[in-house]
Design a protein around this ligand. Structure first.
Ligand SMILES: NC(=O)c1ccc[n+]([C@@H]2O[C@H](COP(=O)([O-])OP(=O)(O)OC[C@H]3O[C@@H](n4cnc5c(N)ncnc54)[C@H](O)[C@@H]3O)[C@@H](O)[C@H]2O)c1
Length: 360
């Protein structure tokens, strides 16, 4: 029996990067079973999600990671692959990530290398992963403190988004998700206007407003990543705030969470790139409502060294992104000396204006 070719003689279309919005948590497990359609499922999650949302997980073949960024290592990916082999996974099996960006990035990476790639489904459980990391197929692990240095593009077949799962999220993780949500809003004028109007409801975790924002942000990211899955062009805009954000993350040894560095990256990088004062002022109000974390005290030259390793750079120049308004993104390239100078001047001015403060 040949299962590849359908009755019409063509290869059946497989879902790629398909968003599935699920209104209540009790439907998540059922939705995943429907997607798997009888195939073997291997679940990857972390300790917190396993404890708080055991009911969404399958009964067997569940790999539980220690929660947090420190799990994003090649060694953990290897452990997952070994467990997949022991569980007898074949090329027809499905790997399902239940968790935030760390779980999704790791499980997606393991799914992309196991037997040269098997189907991957993502069930994001943090605000950050529902609006951003679960969509678009970037997977990866960190190397020597550098973010996502090893990884692959592996589109999930489905992304199952249930905003109700966010009810258990600690407030700090909520703020992290707001970082990526604000970033996406700067890229999309319609979302920006919605976020601007509803910023207080979003910060106070209003369920209806959150579900609307999550849906809009996820759809925006899907549209950009469908158009440019391997970041040859437009997808680059999704890195807004991330050149500085990732560099701070490296220099500060991941002391804060990724989303917190994104918030800082938005404040600093947009000004360094030469964002219009009106756009900056408007974003500054939103960042103030979300509350920016304190800026770690790091040497500007170290920030520059870390930024030089950013994957977006070309021609020996560091890439920064700025905005002339919501949805009007531009690229600014600068050399190392210029970057360092801009970083010092920007941080000084933001601290003077009260838009940023230092740790301690
Ligand atoms: N692949 C991409 O395109 C992409 C994009 C942005 C960020 N990322 C990556 O995502 C990671 C950050 O993601 P994150 O912020 O989701 O981190 P995370 O996965 O570490 O989750 C944050 C914390 O929330 C907990 N948690 C998860 N779901 C929960 C729930 N429903 N209730 C209570 N607690 C819950 C986790 O256990 C963890 O302690 C970083 O590694 C970053 O590099 C990837």
């Amino acid at each position: 029996m040949c299962e590849i070719v359908d009755k019409a003689g063509s290869i059946p279309a497989k879902a790629v990067n398909e968003l599935v919005f699920v209104p209540s948590a009790d439907l998540v497990a059922k939705t995943v079973r429907r997607i798997a359609d009888g195939r073997q499922v291997f679940a990857v999650t972390d300790g917190n999600v396993a404890r708080l949302h055991a009911d969404i997980l399958p009964e067997e073949n569940v790999f539980v990671l220690p929660a947090g960024e420190d799990s994003k290592t090649f060694a953990q990916a290897e452990k997952i692959c070994r467990a997949m082999l022991q569980a007898g996974l074949t090329r027809k099996s499905v790997v399902v990530a239940f968790g935030g960006g760390v779980v999704g990035d790791l499980a997606g990476f393991a799914a992309s290398i196991y037997m040269r790639g098997i189907e991957f489904v993502n069930v994001p459980t943090t605000l950050l992963s529902q609006v951003d990391s679960a969509i678009g197929g970037k997977t990866g692990v960190n190397l020597d403190g550098y973010k996502n240095m090893l990884g692959s593009f592996k589109m999930p077949s489905h992304i199952v988004i249930c905003p109700e799962l966010l009810s258990t999220l600690p407030s700090r993780e909520w703020r992290c998700g707001m970082g990526e949500l604000l970033k996406t809003a700067v890229l999309d004028e319609e979302l920006y206007l919605f976020v601007q109007k509803n910023i207080r409801a979003l910060v106070s975790r209003d369920a209806i407003v959150t579900a609307k924002a999550v849906t809009a942000a996820a759809n925006f990211k899907k549209q950009v990543t469908d158009e440019d899955p391997t970041e040859k062009g437009r997808r680059m805009i999704l890195n807004l705030g991330h050149t500085v954000g990732h560099a701070l993350e490296k220099c500060d040894n991941h002391r804060l969470s990724h989303g917190e560095y994104v918030l800082l990256g938005l404040a600093v990088e947009l000004r360094m790139a030469g964002t219009s004062p009106e756009c900056e002022e408007s974003l500054r109000k939103l960042l103030k409502t979300v509350e920016l974390p304190a800026l770690p005290v790091v040497d500007a030259r170290d920030v520059c060294t870390a930024a030089k390793s950013d994957k977006k750079n070309s021609d020996g120049k560091i890439t920064l992104l700025g905005a002339m308004g919501a949805g009007k993104i531009f690229v600014c390239k600068c050399g190392a000396a210029e970057f360092t100078q801009k970083y010092i001047a920007t941080v000084d001015s933001l601290v003077r204006e009260g838009g940023l403060c230092y740790v301690g």
